[in-house]
Design a protein. Structure first.
Length: 75
């Protein structure tokens, strides 16, 4: 997962980062973070699938995670 790799690289540079993914990719992200020495790194899990959502549905869904995103990037 490129997003995990990117998050790790940002964190190494002291830039807060998180990963936004659908639930189906959670285990892969957990293992990749662990293999890169960042076990337990936060991530945001959206329900799966999201590809079939309309623009308005996707907007409504993502707005539900804004507070979590802000917390992960500021803690």
């Amino acid at each position: 997962m490129c997003s995990v790799h990117d998050a790790v690289e940002f964190e190494k540079r002291s830039i807060p980062a998180t990963v936004i993914l659908t639930q189906i990719f959670k285990n892969a992200a957990i293992h990749q973070f662990k293999s890169r020495g960042m076990e337990g790194h936060p991530m945001i899990e959206l329900p799966h699938p999201i590809a079939n959502l309309t623009h308005d549905q996707m907007r409504a869904l993502t707005l539900q995670y804004v507070d979590q995103l802000v917390r992960q990037l500021t803690n």
